[in-house]
Design a protein around this ligand. Structure first.
Ligand code: GLC
Length: 585
């Protein structure tokens, strides 16, 4: 299976948010499962500055977009079994920031057009292009547009991952031809039209072969007006191809036992280092060095959907509890001013840094006791998973990926891996913060068991990569995993995704710490054993049982064009011949 992952940011090259973390980890996890994977992203100034010497220039070509005829250079780099391609155009990408320019539409229109245009020069003709958010939303549109004239474009299937539906790429329909080089029909038939605007994300949701929201709960929420930013009816219309594969985190990078960026290493078996990290954090932030005061942490962009209004409402009540509060983040002025002011009211007990700072964030994940994330909406959320990995117990609102990853503490049966509340109400949040703080102070043994359960959760990418591959298999009609490697039984992606990671953690608790080993073991462990009751005598029955998973592995509800695989293969073969020798002009 050949997959091209198109993204506007990826760790370690360039990052503004969670998309970069996903794009930095998922491709190599897909490659580790046996897929051929390439990633394509813009060659921003910061990529050239930091990675320029490692890049190989392959070729250049010209991209036609509306009336423009624009240069596009192609660079590449090999890393972790994945080929990384960078598309170069200095006019568009040699700028200090990734986004925030008045011509962002034109820049990412160019990027999406160039992804399709440069396919001839890549090492393979992809079976699937996975695009992400509005910046690459035009890729499925251009493929369909080109597919009208050239059959080979019709062989490529597209999937769209929605990381946050709030950002849709909305423009005046007037610019359709001029900026994006598309015919008026795309707006007239409504494909790219939404509330009178040209809407790139809507077009991609309609045209992609599958749409993936980044958690099972978010996939459901997107059908509701409260969460969908006016896209609910489109999402409901596309429900048949909507999936919710939970993101993972890089379990190797975020490993408290090995992480060189934290003051002292620790693990679930030996937590002494965590106390040292806490003392270090308190010194760093100017908090009183009280080992027994629970440190509650917030590491977040300071924007409204992160639920900060709840904290503003009850901050003084929170600070009546025997706890300390650490806040790291920047964003909207009103929140920055509030937290700055509030910290001055509680010297030694509350500390705030209005900054985006990776190093300090790691000191906080390692040193804090509780991690507060009361988001109004949260497609997936990665920081709660990182916090859990570092033994910092999350307190979250039950929305999106927070709901899928954090399960409420239940004292009576000593279960759960964090604290949760359902309603977007400050008193409900205060109630669980109080519960958490007093569990920490009054029942340290119960708290440390809870902490261990949080640390044992399996958020490895291998699990999600398998689910992505099943979606790709569904849209291409290819069998995945290849029949000889097929496990005994697989559930369709959407159903599998709804199995909670906490459930997976049961087996992970006993599994060895090394992420890869755990990942390898997770497959057979997750797959239910073939029914023992089946009559063993019949060879034929057995055989059928072995062959069954290949069929079942394809997500249900997908209509498939007969013969599409053949067409895909043929097209791939033909193009490969054409495309193997990169032009050097
Ligand atoms: C966006 C979402 C976040 C998610 C991330 C990665 O940043 O807001 O919840 O974890 O994308 O998918």
């Amino acid at each position: 299976m050949k997959i091209l992952y198109a993204t506007s940011e990826a760790v370690p090259f360039c990052k503004t948010g969670g998309l970069a973390d996903v794009a930095g980890s998922l491709p190599s996890a897909l490659a580790a499962e046996g897929a051929e994977v390439a990633v394509v992203l813009p060659l921003y100034r910061r990529v050239r500055e930091r990675f320029g010497s490692q890049l190989t220039f392959l070729c250049y070509d010209y991209v036609n977009l509306g009336w423009r005829h624009v240069y596009c250079g192609l660079f590449s780099l090999e890393k972790d079994g994945v080929t990384w391609y960078f598309l170069d155009n200095e006019q568009y990408f040699d700028r200090p920031d990734l986004y925030g320019y008045m011509d962002d539409g034109e820049r990412f229109g160019f990027f999406s057009r160039a992804v399709v245009r440069m396919l001839d020069h890549l090492k393979f003709w992809p079976d699937v292009i996975n695009c992400n958010d509005w910046q690459t939303a035009l890729v499925p549109i251009y493929l369909k547009d080109d597919g009208v004239r050239e059959e080979r474009f019709r062989s490529i299937r597209t999937t769209l991952t929605v990381h946050n539906i709030e950002y849709q790429g909305r423009y005046n329909p007037y610019v359709l031809g001029d900026l994006f080089g598309l015919d008026a029909g795309w707006v007239e038939d409504g494909t790219l039209l939404m509330d009178g605007d040209l809407n790139l994300l809507k077009g991609a949701i309609l045209c992609a072969d599958a749409v993936n929201a980044v958690s099972p709960t978010y996939a459901n929420e997107l059908k509701m007006a409260y969460f969908a930013h006016r896209m609910e009816s489109v999402m409901r219309q596309c429900e048949y191809k909507l999936y919710g594969v939970l993101n993972g985190i890089d379990m190797d990078r975020y490993d408290p036992a090995k992480d060189p960026s934290i003051a002292a290493n620790f693990s679930a078996e030996d937590m002494a280092g965590k106390d040292a990290d806490k003392a270090h954090l308190q010194r760093l932030m100017g908090l009183r060095e009280e080992p027994h005061a629970p440190v509650v942490a917030i590491v977040s962009r300071l924007v409204s959907h992160k639920g900060l209004d709840l904290i503003c409402e009850v901050l003084h009540d929170m600070m009546k509890l025997p706890m300390q509060l650490v806040v790291l983040g920047k964003g909207d002025k009103k929140y920055e001013e509030f937290f700055h002011w509030a910290a001055q009211q509680y010297p030694g007990r509350m500390a705030v840094r209005l900054d985006y700072n990776e190093e300090l964030s790691m000191a906080i994940y390692a040193g804090a006791d509780l991690f507060l994330m009361p988001s109004k909406s949260e497609p997936c959320g990665l920081s709660q998973m990182i916090a859990m990995r570092y033994g910092t117990v999350p307190i979250v609102r039950e929305t999106g990926g927070l709901k899928d990853t954090v399960h409420a503490y239940e004292a009576w049966r000593d279960a759960g891996n964090g604290f949760t509340f359902a309603n977007y109400a400050s008193n409900d949040m205060l109630h669980v913060i109080r519960e958490a703080v007093y569990l920490y102070k009054d029942y340290p043994d119960a708290f440390s068991r809870l902490r261990k359960r949080a640390m044992a959760c399996d958020f490895s990418w291998a699990r999600s990569a398998g689910e992505y591959l099943r979606i790709y298999a569904g849209v291409t009609g290819q069998v995945w995993p290849a029949p000889e490697a097929a496990p005994a039984e697989e559930t369709p992606a959407a159903e599998a995704a709804s199995e909670t990671p906490a459930e997976a953690s049961v087996s992970a608790e006993e599994a060895p710490a090394a992420a890869e080993t755990a990942a390898e073991e997770a497959r057979p462990a997750e797959a239910p054993a073939p029914e023992p009751e089946t009559v063993p005598a019949e060879e034929a029955v057995k055989k059928a049982a072995e062959e069954a998973p290949a069929v079942k592995a394809e997500p249900k509800k997908r209509g498939r064009k007969p013969g599409s695989t053949n067409t895909a293969k043929k097209a791939a073969g033909e193009t490969k011949k054409k495309g193997t020798a990169p032009k050097k002009k």
